[in-house]
Design a protein around this ligand. Structure first.
Ligand SMILES: NC(=O)c1ccc[n+]([C@@H]2O[C@H](COP(=O)([O-])OP(=O)(O)OC[C@H]3O[C@@H](n4cnc5c(N)ncnc54)[C@H](OP(=O)(O)O)[C@@H]3O)[C@@H](O)[C@H]2O)c1
Length: 330
């Protein structure tokens, strides 16, 4: 048996229960991993409120860092004792998880468990959004919404590392401005005080930005098109607002602009082979210290509900980690 957090029914943070459950079973081509830390992603909050994918009770969570304690039949490239990050199958808010070898990656020697646990979803997703889907090139001006968050602080750094000329972030609260500047943004717009469209046009001398990372959807997507340059790309990869946007084709044709979509979940499921290449690129930045994952808070696994509340109240900065009682992380 092991301890895990389950979504007991769909609802608020209080439905997260810390309970004893059976250990997951190791199958062919899978690994059993003892979890040192797992991270909270906004997708976990959405999953807790309910979607068509899973019915309660289930263990939420997408990514872990830990140590391999058992290998399944057919496994050749991994050994017991190896430090890895992984995207497990049955949820990550647990003391032990099982993951397929094609979604497990050895942690570079000089990267500690804390950074490793905070990085998987945010760094892999950010890299794919910028380099692959958003086709960022050197000299591009980039706008990142929810810039002080896990994805935001990581995407800002990666945009700079990939050669962005200007990175602009939006945040909803004054206390998030410093975090966003520390991540490397050239400008931060507090949307509770300023109109981000007017400010972006002012910063870019009316040209607009070349790439927008939009995890908000709805009105924010519609307004973002008002400050997207000719040939610009807007990548929508989330709907934190819970709204949908209406797009006019006339807004795209003559201006040669594109609206793109991306889901790392879909990519893990349908194109897992593309994730290893992304991991190698991101690990280079982590190993040489040029990418520093911003960690805002650590909570004991048992207090996952508090962590969720902080995130959905828009109070979190950087990543939130959950630490199981059996972890060596203090
Ligand atoms: N498609 C993918 O593969 C993928 C992968 C990872 C993440 N995502 C998406 O990327 C976004 C960021 O994820 P994250 O895990 O790094 O979370 P996060 O940015 O650390 O936290 C979510 C942030 O969203 C912003 N937000 C805007 N409207 C909100 C609302 N109505 N309620 C709550 N928050 C709101 C808040 O920032 P402000 O208060 O500063 O606006 C909040 O801090 C999420 O929307 C997530 O779903 C997508």
């Amino acid at each position: 048996m092991m301890y895990a957090v389950t979504v007991s029914e769909f609802g608020g943070p209080e439905v997260l229960k810390y309970v004893e459950v059976s250990m997951p079973l190791v199958k062919t081509d899978h690994l059993l991993i003892k979890v040192e830390a797992t991270s909270v992603n906004f997708a976990d909050v959405k999953a807790r409120y309910g979607n068509k994918d899973r019915q309660p009770p289930f263990i939420p969570g997408l990514d872990v860092a830990g140590t391999i304690v058992e290998v399944g039949e057919g496994v050749e490239d991994f050994q017991v004792g190896q430090r890895v990050i992984a995207f497990p199958q049955g949820g990550s808010y647990a003391e032990y998880v099982v993951a397929h070898t094609n979604l497990t990656f050895e942690i570079p020697a000089n990267v500690d468990f804390t950074t490793a646990a905070a990085c998987p979803i945010v760094s892999f997703t950010s890299y794919k959004l910028l380099a692959d889907v958003g086709r960022m090139t050197r000299g591009d001006a980039v706008l990142v919404h929810a810039a002080a968050g896990g994805i935001g602080t990581t995407a800002i750094q990666l945009a700079k590392l990939l050669g962005a000329s200007t990175v602009i972030g939006t945040v909803s609260k004054e206390e998030k401005v410093a975090t966003t500047l520390e991540a490397g943004a050239d400008f931060v717009i507090n949307t509770s005080k300023e109109n981000f469209v007017a400010k972006v046009l002012e910063i870019t001398q009316e040209k607009g930005v070349d790439l927008i990372l939009d995890s908000i959807a709805g009105r924010v997507t519609e307004q973002s098109l008002l400050c997207l340059a000719k040939y610009g790309r807007l990548v929508n990869f989330g709907n934190a607002s819970g709204e949908t946007a209406t797009i006019q084709t006339a807004d795209l044709t003559a201006s040669c602009r594109s609206i793109l979509g991306f889901s790392f979940g879909t990519t893990r499921k349908h194109r897992p082979e593309t994730v290893r290449d992304t991991a190698n690129k991101v690990f280079e930045f982590l190993e040489n210290g040029s990418l520093k994952i911003v960690i805002g808070e650590k909570f004991p696994l048992e207090e996952a509900g508090k962590a969720h509340k902080l995130m959905e109240d828009r109070g979190s900065k950087g990543k939130i980690l959950l630490i199981p009682p059996t972890s060596t992380i203090v």
